[in-house]
Design a protein around this ligand. Structure first.
Ligand SMILES: Cc1ncc(COP(=O)(O)O)c(C=O)c1O
Length: 495
C-alpha cells in the first residue's frame, strides 16, 4: 500500500507534467481547411516525448563524452550519468541489482527479445522448445521461431464472453507435455491489440514449476503498470528476463532495454562482442569482463538516449506507477465502456475491465466500414491519430476476426492476400498514454458517431490508392510545408 501523502504528491506531479509532452497538440490543417490540434491516440506504437527528459538530456549534452574514455571531467560525468541510468531502471522494475543486470540494446524491444532468445538457447542447448502465446506481437514470436528448434503457441480462450486471454490450463498442459524440452516461456505482459493484462507472476510460477525460464515482453506494460521482477520471498514468481522499449516509454530516440538475471548471463559468452566488454585482447585470445552491464554492451552505447530514458523513469517513479495506472485506467475504462455501448462497434476482447484488466490499447471495428477508411477519416477530418491493420499480431487478430470475416467472405482463408480481403482483415486501434484525457476520448467518440451516421457520405470522398490505402479524393495535406528536414537546416543556418 502506498502512503496517502505520497500518492497525493504523485497526483500533483502528474497534473503538472501531464501536458508537458513535445507535440501533444501539434496543429495540422484538416479537410475543411481548419488548423486544429492533433489528438494523439497512437501511443502503443510510440509514445510522445516527455519534455523534461528532452531538456535535461540537452543539459547533459554539454558534458557528453564517450563512456569508454576515462580521465577527463566530461568522461566522469557521462560515465556516472550512464551508470545511474542502469541503476534507475533496475530499481524502477523492482529488480535486485545483486541479482539482475540492466543493459541497452537495439532501438526497441525487438533487439532485446532476439538477444535473450539466443542467450536462453545457448544456456540450455538441449532444450530446443520455446512456448509463447498466440497473443504475441511478431517481435515476441519470430525471434523464437528463428532461434529455437520449435515454438509452441498457447491459445487464448474466452474466459467470459468474447475475452481473449491466455489460457493458463493450456499453458500448463504444454509445459507438462514438453517437460525437459521446454527451454523458456516468453509472454507479453500486456497485449498491444486488446490491452489485456496477463498474469505474469502466475505464468512465471507455472513455468518455473516445470523447469523452464520465463521471459516477459514488457513493451506495452513498462510505461503503464507498476512492475516488480523479483520477489525474495517468492523466487518462483520472479522473472528471468524482461524487455521493453524506451520509445514506448515517453522517450523516442532511446534504446531497447533488457533486465536479466546475472546468473544466467554469466554462464555464456555475451552474444555481442567488441570494444568495452573485454579485459584484455591478444592476437590469439581475448578475455571478457565479468562486470555487468559492461560485458553485455559491446561498442559505444546510445548514451544520451539511455540518460533521457532514465530521466523519464525517474519522473514516472516520482509520480508513482500505481497512481499513474489508476489515472490511465479512468480514461481507458471510460473509452471501453462507451465504445462497448455504441451500436455497430465491435470492441475486441470485450469491454468489461472488471473481469479482464486492460491497459493502454483498445481495438475495434465499425460494422460495414473498413478499418482503413475509419482511420483515414479520423485523421483527415478530425485530426485524431490512430493505428489500423493487424498491429504486427496476425495470429491474435485472426483469432478475433474469424467470425466477422466469415460473414463477409463466406469461407475465409487467411492466406488470402487479395486487396479486398486485406482491407477487411484488420482493426482500428486507439491507444493511450499518461497525457491522454477524457476530452480526447470524447472527441474520438463524437467522431465515430459522426462516421457511423454519415458513413456513405464520407465513403464517397475516398478512393483506394495503389498501396490499397484509403485516400481522400481532393484533400492533399501540405505536410512538407509543416516540416521539411532540409528546410529546417536552411532555417537554422540562416538564423
Ligand atoms: C507487445 C509488443 N512487443 C514488442 C514490440 C516491438 O517493439 P519495438 O518495435 O520497440 O522493437 C511491440 C511494438 O509495438 C509490442 O507492442
Amino acid at each position: 500500500m502506498r502512503p496517502a501523502g505520497k500518492s497525493l504528491k504523485g497526483k500533483a506531479l502528474l497534473a503538472k507534467i501531464r501536458a508537458d509532452f513535445i507535440g501533444i497538440a501539434t496543429p495540422y490543417v484538416n479537410v475543411t481547411g481548419h488548423s486544429i490540434p492533433r489528438i494523439y491516440l497512437d501511443s502503443t506504437a510510440s509514445s510522445l516525448m516527455l519534455r523534461p527528459a528532452a531538456s535535461i538530456t540537452e543539459k547533459f549534452m554539454a558534458h557528453y563524452s564517450n563512456t569508454h574514455s576515462k580521465l577527463h571531467h566530461s568522461a566522469h560525468i557521462s560515465t556516472s550519468a550512464y551508470q545511474w541510468a542502469h541503476e534507475r531502471i533496475l530499481s524502477f522494475l523492482g529488480a535486485d541489482p545483486e541479482i539482475y543486470t540492466c543493459f541497452f540494446t537495439g532501438s526497441g524491444t525487438t533487439g532485446g527479445i532476439n538477444r535473450m532468445a539466443r542467450v536462453f538457447r545457448d544456456l540450455h542447448p538441449k532444450k530446443g522448445t520455446a512456448i509463447i502465446s498466440i497473443m504475441e506481437h511478431h517481435s515476441n514470436d519470430l525471434p523464437h521461431r528463428k532461434h529455437m528448434r520449435k515454438v509452441i503457441h498457447v491459445p487464448v480462450e474466452g474466459l467470459n464472453e468474447n475475452k481473449m486471454c491466455i489460457s493458463l490450463p493450456k499453458l500448463e498442459a504444454a509445459l507438462k507435455a514438453g517437460q525437459g524440452q521446454i527451454n523458456y516461456v516468453s509472454i507479453t505482459a500486456v497485449s498491444n491489440v486488446t490491452g489485456i493484462i496477463n498474469p505474469i507472476h502466475e505464468i512465471a510460477r507455472l513455468t518455473h514449476k516445470y523447469g523452464a525460464l520465463i521471459m516477459i515482453d514488457g513493451a506495452q506494460s513498462a510505461a503503464h503498470l507498476p512492475t516488480r521482477l523479483f520477489y525474495a520471498d517468492d523466487p518462483e514468481s520472479s522473472i528471468d528476463a524482461f524487455v521493453f522499449s524506451g520509445h514506448k516509454t515517453y522517450t523516442p530516440g532511446s534504446p531497447g532495454v533488457v533486465i536479466a538475471r546475472q546468473d544466467h548471463l554469466i554462464k555464456i559468452e555475451p552474444e555481442e562482442v567488441g570494444g568495452g566488454m573485454v579485459e584484455r585482447v591478444l592476437e590469439d585470445r581475448y578475455q571478457v569482463k565479468d562486470k555487468f552491464p559492461d560485458r553485455e554492451e559491446a561498442g559505444t552505447p546510445n548514451i544520451p538516449g539511455a540518460i533521457a530514458l532514465a530521466t523519464t523513469i525517474e519522473i514516472l517513479d516520482r509520480i508513482g506507477m500505481e497512481t499513474l495506472a489508476e489515472e490511465e485506467d479512468i480514461v481507458l475504462t471510460w473509452a471501453l465502456t462507451a465504445l462497448g455501448k455504441m451500436e455497430k462497434v465491435t470492441v475486441y476482447g470485450g469491454a468489461d475491465t472488471a473481469s479482464c484488466p486492460r491497459a493502454a490499447s483498445i481495438s475495434f471495428n465499425i460494422q460495414g466500414i473498413d478499418h482503413g477508411l475509419v482511420a483515414a477519416i479520423l485523421n483527415d477530418y478530425f485530426n485524431i491519430a490512430v493505428r489500423n491493420q493487424c498491429f504486427c499480431a496476425h495470429p491474435y487478430v485472426k483469432e478475433m476476426m474469424s467470425d466477422d470475416l466469415e460473414q463477409v467472405f463466406g469461407i475465409i482463408n487467411f492466406g488470402d492476400m487479395s486487396p479486398e480481403f486485406m482491407r477487411k482483415a484488420g482493426m482500428v486501434r486507439a491507444s493511450f498514454g499518461l497525457y491522454s484525457t477524457l476530452g480526447d476520448v470524447e472527441a474520438l467518440l463524437a467522431a465515430l458517431e459522426d462516421i457511423i451516421a454519415h458513413a456513405d457520405q464520407y465513403a464517397d470522398h475516398y478512393e483506394i490508392n495503389s498501396e490499397n490505402d484509403y485516400i481522400h479524393k481532393t484533400y492533399r495535406p501540405r505536410l512538407a510545408e509543416v516540416f521539411d528536414i532540409k528546410r529546417a537546416v536552411d532555417d537554422y543556418l540562416s538564423l
